[in-house]
Design a protein around this ligand. Sequence first.
Ligand code: CP
Length: 294
Amino acid sequence: ERSLLGMKELEASEISQLLNRTAYWDNQSEKLTPVLRAHFVANMFFENSTRTRFSFEMAEKRLGVQVLNFTAAASSVEKGESIYDTVRTLESMGIDAGVVRLKPAGVLQQLAEKVSIPLINAGDGNNEHPTQALLDLYTMRKQFGELKGLKVSIIGDIMHSRVARSNLWALTKMGASVQFCAPANMQAPELAAYAPYVSMEEALKADVVMMLRVQLERHSSGIILSAAEYREHFGLTEERAAKLDKGTIIMHPAPVNRNVEIDDAVVESSQSRIFPQMANGVPVRMAVMERALQ
Ligand code: CP
């Protein structure tokens, strides 16, 4: 299988292989290794992105891939063309793989069943974001040497988070334990069977404290807590960060709501790995691209 739709479907051995290959690309000093120059890839983003979109493009260009960038707002999607017809159109023109980000969860799976090119999930509603989980796992492995036995707390808007889901599936397969912390209206009850919900005080006792963005755009009903109340109860404030064990690392997939889920000063503190996470996104996506095209 050369598509990458989610971490749920990957074996632990496949995750390890991808992380090993990520380390290979991470350690290459040569910026350009055009081994995939005969391949054409379309980056199809039907939802906004900065990190995922540009790190895929960096990864593809570093491997010499011929990149086509599709943005829904500048396409015939604006005239009512469906996502399926868009992907089929690019497939018929000869692309070898598609990187796809979509708002509605589950549509990617249906698309993958109908097209013959590999599709790579670049964010699928609140379902999965596998390349984010891979870069998160790679960041943790780089810090701690191995994933087995790590305790990872994921704090915030679990309900709307594809990052939380992909990390949960991937980390538990790799022998790490996951716990969640979230206000009642941001919990995902269906995940409680896989990871316990704990208090903020308990969540801060972990090897990794992963903060999530409050996804205002995905909340249909009003947010019960104001930004200030959210910060007070669930934010990684400077005061809370000062109490973390010195070996604990702080992560966040970004974009960050500074001074809501995480204080400004904490984002760039010595325990934060938020910008290294972004850097690691490039070699991860090189490994994923290689797997899709070779
Ligand atoms: N972390 C992440 O997926 O960021 P973007 O939405 O900017 O791609």
